[in-house]
Design a protein around this ligand. Sequence first.
Ligand SMILES: [Zn+2]
Length: 119
Amino acid sequence: MPRPIKCRKVCCLPACDRFGPLDQKKNVVKSIVMTVDEYETIRLIDLEGLTQEECSLQMKVARTTIQLIYCNARKKLAEALVCGRMLRIEGGEYKLCKDYDTPCGKDYCHRRKYLEKEE
Ligand SMILES: [Zn+2]
């Protein structure tokens, strides 16, 4: 029997969950689906500069799991960029920060930080 997947802690959902080539003439055949927990590793490691170790503590999963999730996420990003595919962010095993008893309250947690830039 497969082990149940442990929920990964995610600070907030992406402000935008659909990306793709602006060149509409290109026929977009199949879109790539990135899960929300994969997205979170990209956000924490690539944008916020966390190490995989710190990321695993933050998302409450083993470092080896983070390594896997992060690797998948990078591969999907690369494929979207190189092959000009649509990228959607949805699904995955995760639990939002605000649903935990104690929100993490880390600098990189505030969702406003990203949303403010749009206003
Ligand atoms: Zn948080």
